[in-house]
Ligand binder design. Sequence first.
Ligand SMILES: NC(=O)c1ccc[n+]([C@@H]2O[C@H](COP(=O)([O-])OP(=O)(O)OC[C@H]3O[C@@H](n4cnc5c(N)ncnc54)[C@H](O)[C@@H]3O)[C@@H](O)[C@H]2O)c1
Length: 377
Amino acid sequence: MTDTLGVGVIGCGNISTAYFRLAPLFAGMEIRACTDLNMDAARAQAAKFNVDAREIGDLLKSDDIDVVVNLTIPDAHSAVSCQAIQAGKHVYSEKPLALTLRDGVEMQRLAREHGVSVGCAPDTFLGGAHQHARHLIDAGEIGRIVAGTAHVMSHGMEHWHPNPDFFFRVGGGPVLDIGPYYVANLINLIGPIKRVAALSSSATPTRTITSQPRAGDVIPVETPTNVHALLEFEQGATVTLSTSWDVWAHDHGRMELYGTEGSLFVPDPNFFGGDLRMAKRDAGVMPVTGWHHPLSVPNDPHGEGMMANYRTVGLADMVAAIRDGRDARCSIDRTLHALDAMTSILMSGETGQFVDLTTTCSRPEPLDPASASALMR
Ligand SMILES: NC(=O)c1ccc[n+]([C@@H]2O[C@H](COP(=O)([O-])OP(=O)(O)OC[C@H]3O[C@@H](n4cnc5c(N)ncnc54)[C@H](O)[C@@H]3O)[C@@H](O)[C@H]2O)c1
């Protein structure tokens, strides 16, 4: 194996630009080729980012590609990742890993059989803000976490994404689309989950696209868009997770963790940075500053200002883990556990019963400032 692993991207849609733009921040890997069912999309990204456009079969046969990055739509994830594994490639997938736990477990089996690594987004929990939260929790600042709340609620995706259909199909919905950021961070901060319960609904059976170029198209809603869940963690904490695309506005914190010694107010796990606040016993809520982490430095234009965006750090960590023979932080075991939690939430929403998870995992190793720097060029 050479020091630099070659990366091939499958799926050249909306999110691929972030991967092409941000992967060069990290050491040990290089995007060399891309493909898509729509080869015009692949050729356009290839020209823009100076890589090769190859037919999918050719990319999977290419000796200069060690890792496939799967950026296809959710219901294609499992088939595309398994195809890449069978071609002997390591795989890093966008979330969700698969639509069912059974497909995810089969992927894990296949990866073991072929001796390759599989990792999965999200990697935002590796951002400076969330690693700072992890550092404070591990240092005992808020004691043992006993409870928490997380809210990810908005009015959906049809006002910005050019092809929002997949968000409202099975495999989309707020639990599987945005939930992964929250569940991955809860696993990072608290640990594995024991059982879940949920209530679910959808405000409307269809949605009308307001983004271009398909403004006015009416698309069916085939998965719940309003899901309120309870999570019981193996260490005993109980957390409320509210996910919805049927809410115009709300005033809840994104993530709050309540410990025996204080409370921690965690910024949006969909992003790498943000402000962290903490309240100790009998004291008011105060900002927590003085932590310098390379993955909280604003580097990317967003809205009116700059924000920290280090998407692909999970891929870089997996590449380093392959090289060093260690566990990757965005490993398939953790992703499968998160998928188990999310599909169990959806199942509970259908049946009205608590669902015990059948998988578990360890917390990922923290990514302290020095370890994060080591992943960067
Ligand atoms: N758009 C975002 O901001 C965003 C953010 C985070 C994660 N994601 C995740 O990234 C994934 C892709 O999202 P997107 O917004 O880029 O979607 P998209 O629809 O814009 O792009 C998906 C691309 O995959 C291609 N594709 C579909 N099936 C394929 C197959 N079998 N083989 C090869 N190519 C195939 C499509 O032709 C399309 O070009 C999703 O899983 C999504 O959840 C997206």
